[in-house]
Design a protein around this ligand. Structure first.
Ligand SMILES: *[C@@H]1O[C@H](CO)[C@@H](O)[C@H](O)[C@H]1NC(C)=O
Ligand SMILES: *[C@@H]1O[C@H](CO)[C@@H](O)[C@H](O)[C@H]1NC(C)=O
Ligand SMILES: *[C@@H]1O[C@H](CO)[C@@H](O)[C@H](O)[C@H]1NC(C)=O
Ligand SMILES: *[C@@H]1O[C@H](CO)[C@@H](O)[C@H](O)[C@H]1NC(C)=O
Ligand SMILES: *[C@@H]1O[C@H](CO)[C@@H](O)[C@H](O)[C@H]1NC(C)=O
Ligand SMILES: *[C@@H]1O[C@H](CO)[C@@H](O)[C@H](O)[C@H]1NC(C)=O
Ligand SMILES: *[C@@H]1O[C@H](CO)[C@@H](O)[C@H](O)[C@H]1NC(C)=O
Ligand SMILES: *[C@@H]1O[C@H](CO)[C@@H](O)[C@H](O)[C@H]1NC(C)=O
Length: 622
């Protein structure tokens, strides 16, 4: 009681002093056209009154794309170096489909004794009988033109270079391997002006069974990711299943160029193998490749990687309700099948799993189904669930519009509350990661979309800080900022847009934007083993202008998060903060770390969308 009284007196004293102090400074501030025309907002923190226990870990997600790739990116070193500097826990790494060659290890189905290739104009088909130490003995099919069909069922199209088969035979028969370019210089041009493909089917002597594993791009990105996050907990999501596991009316053709986007890759709604064994085997082999030095393929042949990696959590699929239109019953069976497949091929029973990864439309019935253990096979763990939140802008260029992000997050929090109720009822041991939290601006993947102004980075950074804080009150385990690096159209690299507004890093330099620096600031400050939230109130009762929350650690460290939700300057009073240290991320801190200021006044001006952490002076000084 006594302490509270004392603190109150100090607050009143500070207030009086500082209001007097600041009247002159305010004169200059008022010239700013975007000053919130209200009295400074008072932040009142009851340092001795417990609010809630803090255990929400701030972190980020990393999604595979060409800018992370050693093969294609001029800045992948900077990107991974900046990832490493975050020292984040529970980082989510999503190996996601828009670039099939970067995300899927076996892009074509195993094809028994037939070996096939199918590439677009100007790419090459590589054929090899090395596996059986044999030679190419028979060309079953070859057509440069508009032929189609899968291995074993190829069909000539209307357009067909008459001598395709003879040409392939001449180049390949009797060879251990051969490479045939799909070019009109070799085959002649059977239909000028039409884009052509080359399809070939051959056999080897002695015969060999054929699979199409290729880890070239997956390996280098995963190596760099695992190196950059070594020593930390990680959640790996091989989100994308080979689409040939699903029934398809006409086979989907993926891009030959590894850097071209294919938003239509996840086709099919029903697995070919309804027992889901084949699905489990794909994941089992993938995991054996990375964690057990290699795997045994569909025909009993060993593929050696020498990788012996390990990570903590594996997430199963991504935004399932969109991709392959899975129902929750279907997904739950698939979740079990993938875990069983991983166990079959790796004998690893210690791996922990993250389920669901739901996108925007959070159906509560899905949580009720998935979190009910009796809907799962025996011995299937429900270690963690995951779901996502994005705020959407209406404008790419008007910062005023971005004030709406915060209200969208408030609505999401109601969903979180309901999901938490379901989780606590059905499976209280299951943890939660909200493993995509971010902002998407309109037309983000349209090449002509205008570039947003730099203050956008601050608006999105403020949204994440706000989301982390609001989510922390719900007791969620992890809140994951989305995502390390995206980009607009980059003509020099021939890259199509990849959600530039979701990026944390600058895509030309690899430097941290405000979104990166806020993530780092929270990671560096939050101490889930020691911090608790204390009751915090402000005179901004509607919460329209600012958000603020005080935290105190067991060792007495007191810190305050303050977020300006407005595209305007907002002034606050934080009694008792003089002599304390403020770290602020705002437009002025740009691509650099937070600006550090020793506070000499209790009045703080927050520029538009600024986020500050104030470390209060140690209590003894009071
Ligand atoms: C293939 O290359 C030729 C020669 O460079 C070019 O004329 C043609 O447009 C290219 N085809 C495609 C589909 O890019
Ligand atoms: C065929 O081999 C060449 C040379 O190694 C390579 O550049 C090309 O990407 C390969 N084509 C396919 C379809 O793998
Ligand atoms: C196909 O091969 C035959 C015989 O070698 C040749 O006469 C003919 O010109 C070739 N046709 C084309 C389109 O290249
Ligand atoms: C191909 O694989 C099958 C098993 O699917 C096996 O029975 C057969 O012996 C294999 N053939 C060759 C030539 O390896
Ligand atoms: C795997 O893919 C890379 C990149 O496209 C290519 O260079 C290589 O030839 C492929 N390897 C096999 C065995 O097809
Ligand atoms: C869990 O699922 C089982 C079987 O589907 C069902 O009988 C039971 O009522 C469910 N439990 C709850 C709490 O919903
Ligand atoms: C594939 O894309 C890369 C850049 O992403 C480009 O350098 C290359 O020329 C493209 N290849 C073809 C054949 O279009
Ligand atoms: C990336 O950084 C460069 C150099 O600082 C800067 O000119 C550019 O505006 C930045 N791009 C974005 C989108 O932040």
């Amino acid at each position: 009681m006594k302490i509270v009284q004392c603190v109150l007196i100090i607050i009143l004293c500070h207030l009086a002093c500082n209001i007097a102090h600041l009247s002159s400074i305010s004169e200059t501030d008022k010239k700013h056209p975007d000053q919130v025309d209200e009295d400074p907002i008072l932040i009142e923190i009851s340092w001795t009154i417990h609010d809630y226990v803090l255990h929400t870990i701030p972190t980020l997600q990393v999604v595979t794309n060409p800018l992370l790739s050693r093969q294609f990116s001029p800045i992948y070193k900077e990107i991974f170096a900046n990832l490493k500097k975050l020292n984040a826990e529970y980082i989510r790494y999503a190996v996601w489909y828009p670039y099939p060659k970067l995300a899927v290890a076996e892009l074509d189905p195993p094809s028994d004794l037939f070996q096939c290739g199918n590439v677009g104009e100007n790419f090459s088909i590589n054929l090899s009988c090395k596996q059986s130490s044999g030679v190419i003995s028979k060309v079953d099919f070859a057509s440069y033109g508009t032929s189609s069909g899968t291995c074993g069922q190829m069909q000539q199209g209307v357009c067909h270079a008459a001598n395709s088969s003879e040409i392939v035979q001449r180049v390949c028969i009797g060879q251990q391997q051969c490479s045939i370019p799909a070019i009109s210089d070799l085959f002649g041009d059977p239909c000028k002006g039409t884009v052509k493909r080359l399809l070939i089917q051959i056999q080897c002597d002695p015969p060999q069974n054929n699979t199409y594993y290729n880890f070239t791009y997956l390996d280098t990105m995963l190596e760099d990711f695992l190196d950059a996050t070594d020593g930390h907990s990680r959640i790996i999501s091989f989100s994308t299943q080979p689409n040939w596991l699903f029934k398809q009316a006409t086979p989907h053709i993926y891009p030959d160029n590894a850097t071209f986007t294919d938003w239509g890759y996840p086709v099919g709604t029903q697995l070919v193998d309804e027992t889901m064994q084949e699905l489990g085997d794909y994941y089992g082999r993938l995991f054996a490749w990375y964690t057990r030095g290699g795997f045994i393929d569909e025909y009993g042949r060993k593929h050696i990687s020498n990788y012996q990696y390990n990570w903590d959590y594996t997430e199963i699929f991504n935004e399932i309700e969109g991709e392959h239109s899975m129902t929750i019953e279907y997904y739950t069976r698939a979740y079990d099948a993938v875990i069983q497949g991983i166990r079959r091929h790796t004998n690893n029973y210690d791996m922990k799993y993250v389920g669901m990864s739901l996108g925007g439309h959070n159906e509560f019935s899905w949580y009720r189904y998935f979190l009910n253990h009796s809907n799962h096979a025996p011995n299937i763990p429900l270690d963690m669930i995951s779901y996502h939140f994005y705020a959407f802008g209406n404008s790419r260029t008007d910062p005023k519009d971005w004030e709406s992000f915060f209200g969208q997050l408030d609505i999401f929090i109601f969903e979180v509350e309901q999901i938490e109720e379901i989780r606590k009822n059905l499976s209280p041991q299951t943890r939660t990661t909200i493993d995509e939290v971010g902002v998407i601006l309109p037309d983000d993947n349209i090449p002509e979309a205008p570039q947003f102004p730099m203050i956008y980075w601050n608006a999105a950074a403020a949204l994440y800080a706000y989301a982390w804080a609001r989510i922390s009150r719900q007791g969620i385990d992890v809140a994951t900022h989305s995502q390390l690096v995206g980009f607009p159209e980059l003509p020099d690299l021939q890259l199509q847009p990849q959600f530039p507004s979701v990026a944390l890093l600058n895509w030309t330099t690899g430097e941290g934007t405000a979104k990166y620096w806020i993530t780092k600031l929270l990671i560096d400050t939050v101490d889930i083993d020691n911090d608790e939230a204390v009751v915090t109130q402000t005179t901004d009762t509607s919460g329209k202008n600012i958000f603020s929350q005080g935290f105190i650690s067991k060792n007495g460290h007191r810190w305050v998060l303050i977020i300006n939700k407005r595209y305007a300057n907002v002034d606050v009073f934080l009694p008792g903060c003089t002599g304390g240290r403020m770290q602020i991320v705002n437009e002025a801190s740009g691509f650099g770390p937070p600006t550090e200021i020793i506070l000499t006044l209790s009045r703080i001006t927050l520029s538009p969308f600024a986020v500050a952490i104030v470390h209060m002076p140690s209590s003894e000084m009071e």
